[in-house]
Write a protein that binds this ligand. Structure first.
Ligand code: AGP
Length: 609
């Protein structure tokens, strides 16, 4: 979603800002802009489309400055136009970039119009710069004006503001949208994600909810929501920024698919001890909390929600605890029941997804025993605001379509099954089976990647279709859902997933030769049931593509193409069977020529509602 970069330095900053925006491109955006302050005043450059268009404009104009703010916008209020792109200006004096949504923008706009301010965009953001301009009529201090401004805002914001009368000074505020300050020598920076600043610093301060700060070249002052000066911890990032290169791969998504054996190995490192899962992988006091847990409530969105759905099958089958799974945007707006001894589990690649974060904050008021997040970003809001955290160590995921984050989430969740089961009567043999299945998983994933050539061929048959159906049963049903989501996201082919047993209750009506049906068929206790569902499709002239365990004895014929996978313990089959579906989506998208890493209309991290 939107990205922010700001800099104040003794050197010219346009290049730093531009590189920062490039590093945030993966988040998804539709326009980009920059404001630069130099002796000639405040310059504003904005372009619809890619950051490259902004780079071209910078080169043409030669614009530069010793301080500046930059933004990639993902449209919420107002269409994708140059006028709606950030930074927004008030009276050619104040420049503002903003992530999030100002919910009371209409009433503020009215009030500001009555005061004589003229709006030049349809955005909610523009109210911030006019409010700042207005507040600066009664104070000389930029930070005081910002404190007065944020008091009037309802909604979510991460915002950075500069004033042409105060060179070298940036003021920032965070509420609901992350911001990090990057520390340099004689220069300081600000961004919505540390990835943007890794070329210039490894030293960071994460702002907390409600913080406002003044950032100059050699000083950072932070104040909490009550206006008290506070110190926030300085952290050194050890993140390996691999987003700069796709290596031998054509797209980040393909690279990330192939990184999965490594990412899973990384996620397991030091967390499996022989036949046992180390409970402290979830936090130092995890054992103390887990012994009280009798129920798990999982909350997540999109792909992470699918991981949660798999976990529900696992938890109830193996750990002896009941489990509910819910989409965060639903959970946060309904009244729900909290079972005694409930653990609230959020799952998120980014740890910043607005709905999941809001659901976590709400749940913390509802009486859960404790909260755990399964997350890929150590410094994220969800990690910081949860009692326990399992870090998935997948490495930076750049492709909008989540791949390695999903499989490593499943690894964390299967470890959770063992850890909770340990306190709920799980027998030693099952604990050992989980530990063994996880330890051998990276090799199984390597094997599953070997069917790439076969899938490329299959994608050829698939790419001219408009609709498709994904089928699975049991813990493969969420995998079918994930396969359908991947295909939708990057190939724009309509895809639906059904629990195969549900077919005859409606979707069977859709079956004909133009509706390919993808079936995930590991060798488990539901195999025979699934085979009957396959026959139901065949009898109606459906064309099937079956990803099957080689011991499941499916045979290819005119109506069915079988892609065999090596046998794996059914415990980890959901993780292994995810790989061919990811590859299928990828190669179909390649044939269709879509923007695989940044599919239309989507953002990597959905930080607004
Ligand atoms: C997955 O391919 C998606 N792009 C999307 O569904 C994503 O999983 C969802 O937005 C949740 O994100 P999170 O894991 O960062 O919370």
């Amino acid at each position: 979603m939107c990205g922010i970069v700001g800099a104040t330095a003794e050197r010219r900053v346009a290049g730093i800002l531009l590189e920062g925006l490039r590093r945030l491109e993966y988040r998804g955006y539709d326009s980009a802009g920059m404001a630069l302050l130099n002796d000639e005043g405040l310059q504003q450059l904005r372009r619809v489309g890619k950051v490259q268009a902004l780079a071209d404009a910078l080169e043409e104009t030669g614009a530069n400055g010793f301080s500046g703010i930059a933004h990639t916008r993902w449209a919420t209020h107002g269409g994708v136009t140059e006028a709606n792109a950030h930074p927004h200006f008030s009276n050619s004096t104040i420049a503002v970039v903003h992530n999030g949504i100002i919910e009371n923008h209409e009433s503020l706009r009215k009030k500001l119009q009555d005061l004589g301010y003229v709006f030049t965009s349809q955005t909610d953001t523009e109210v911030i710069c006019h409010l700042m301009h207005h507040e600066l009529k009664s104070t000389d201090d930029l930070l005081t004006a910002l404190q007065a401004t944020v008091k009037q805002l309802e909604g979510a914001y991460g915002t950075v503001i500069m004033d042409k009368r105060r060179p070298g000074e940036l003021v920032v505020a965070r509420s609901g949208s992350p911001l990090v300050i990057g520390l340099g020598i004689g220069e300081n920076f600000i961004a919505s994600d540390q990835l943007a600043l890794l070329p210039v610093t490894r030293e960071f301060i994460y702002l907390e909810e409600g913080d406002v700060a003044r950032v100059t070249r050699d000083k950072v002052e932070i104040f909490d929501h009550q206006g008290a000066a506070v110190q926030r911890e300085q952290q050194t990032s050890d993140l390996q920024y691999d987003a700069g290169g796709k290596g031998e791969y054509r797209h980040y998504m393909l690279k990330e698919i192939h990184e999965q054996p490594f990412a899973v190995r990384n996620s397991l490192e030091g967390r499996v001890n022989g036949d046992e899962i180390m409970v402290n992988a979830f936090g130092e006091n995890a054992a103390e909390i887990f012994k009280d847990i009798r129920h798990v409530q999982i909350i997540a969105c999109g792909t992470s929600y699918h991981a949660g759905m798999v976990a529900r099958y696992w938890l109830e089958a193996y750990a002896g605890v009941s489990c509910n799974v819910e989409i965060a945007s639903e959970f946060r707006y309904r009244k729900s029941h909290v079972f005694p001894g409930s653990l609230l589990v959020t799952i998120s690649q980014s740890g910043e997804t607005a709905d999941t974060l809001a659901a976590l904050r709400l749940a913390k008021t509802l009486g859960y025993r404790s909260s755990l997040t399964i997350c890929n970003v150590a410094t994220s809001s969800m990690v910081r605001e949860s009692d326990l955290a399992f870090l998935t160590r997948a490495g930076a995921e750049i492709g909008v379509a989540s791949t390695k984050a999903f499989t490593t989430q499943l690894v964390g969740l299967l470890m959770l099954v063992s850890a909770l089961g340990h306190f709920n009567g799980m027998d030693k043999a099952t604990e050992a089976r989980i530990a063994h299945a996880l330890s051998t998983l990276p090799t199984k994933l390597e094997q599953s990647l070997k069917i790439t050539a076969e899938i490329e061929e299959l994608a050829e048959e698939f790419a001219d279709k408009d609709h498709s159906l994904f089928l699975g049963r049991g813990d493969q049903y969420p995998i079918a859902m994930e396969g359908a989501l991947k295909l939708k996201e990057i190939s724009y082919i309509h895809a639906e997933a059904y629990a195969a047993g549900e077919l005859k209750h409606g979707p069977l009506a859709l079956i004909d030769a133009e509706m390919p049906v993808i079936v995930v068929a590991p060798n488990n206790e539901l195999l025979e049931k699934l085979k009957s569902n396959v026959e139901e499709v065949r009898a109606r002239g459906g064309i099937m593509y079956v990803f099957a365990d080689k011991d499941a004895h499916f045979a290819s014929d005119d109506t069915m193409r079988v892609i065999n996978l090596d046998h794996v313990d059914e415990l980890v089959a959901p993780i292994v069977y995810t790989i061919p579906l990811q590859l299928l989506s990828y190669y179909v998208a390649i044939i269709k020529g879509t923007d695989v890493d940044q599919p239309r209309n989507l953002a990597k991290s959905v930080t607004v509602e």
